[in-house]
Write a protein that binds this ligand. Structure first.
Ligand SMILES: Nc1ncnc2c1ncn2[C@@H]1O[C@H](COP(=O)(O)OP(=O)(O)O)[C@@H](O)[C@H]1O
Ligand SMILES: [Mg+2]
Length: 221
């Protein structure tokens, strides 16, 4: 079982949105997926409760139950564990980082988000874990031009010393609409730009978690 943690010290960056959407992407490839919801707000748990399809199973947990819950998912034969963390919560996020095979650092392209990402990136580095920075809720292009905030965010993100996912996610209504129905964007609007973004991000994440996957794809091409 591979383990993915989504991190940012700030709330509202998109940790839970990415957790549930990456879970759905993995499910659609036939993987067994569990989400550990470490946030007392229980957003991922609420999303699952509104979902008609049973999987993925979402388990609320805290610092004391993170390891037993992860072990139970492993024993149940899951392929992927996604750990959704709360804002702040350095101790609990630290435990999740130590458990994880890959940490996704989520931030909006804003000065405050990037400043708040510095200690999260440091925690991942100190744990010796691979990290991937994902820019979420980026503004759309206007008249074919990227907003200057994106270039600035990419520059600041580079200084954190982790790769930046080649595909960021834009602020899109589909990411919000789908949550009301307990769906991921891939289920809600499979042909939408939001679904394309999640599909590409999932590929990037899966290639990192299962390096063999890249070789298999290469052989098939
Ligand atoms: N790419 C996006 N486009 C539009 N809305 C988004 C996007 N990502 C997240 N949101 C919205 O932003 C809010 C915060 O996202 P959430 O995933 O709950 O963040 P976090 O878990 O980091 O606190 C939610 O209302 C969510 O629907
Ligand atoms: Mg959340």
């Amino acid at each position: 079982m591979r383990k993915l943690v989504l991190l940012s010290r700030k709330g509202g960056t998109g940790k839970t949105t990415l957790s549930v959407n990456l879970a759905v992407a993995a499910l659609r490839e036939g993987l067994g997926v569990s989400i550990v919801d470490l946030d007392l707000q229980g957003s991922a748990t609420a999303w699952a409760a509104g979902r008609k399809n049973a999987a993925p199973d979402v388990r609320p947990a805290n610092g004391g139950t993170l390891f037993p819950v992860a072990n139970a998912a492993e024993r149940a034969g899951r392929d992927l564990l996604i750990i959704d963390t709360p804002a702040g919560g350095d101790a609990i996020s630290g435990a999740a980082i130590r458990l994880a095979d890959l940490a996704i650092l989520v931030c909006r392209p804003s000065y405050f988000d990037l400043a708040a990402l510095v200690p999260a990136a440091q925690a991942v580095r100190e744990a010796g874990k691979p990290g991937l920075i994902v820019l979420n809720q980026a503004p759309s292009r206007r008249a074919g031009q990227e907003s200057p905030v994106i270039a600035r965010a990419v520059e600041a993100a580079r200084a954190l010393g982790f790769p930046i996912a080649p595909v960021g996610l834009r602020a899109r209504v589909a990411f919000q609409e789908s949550l009301w129905r307990g769906l991921g964007v891939l289920e809600f609007e499979p042909r939408s730009p939001a679904a394309a973004e999640i599909g590409r991000l999932w590929s990037e994440v899966a290639d990192t978690l299962w390096p063999d996957r890249v070789e298999h794809r290469g052989a098939a091409e």
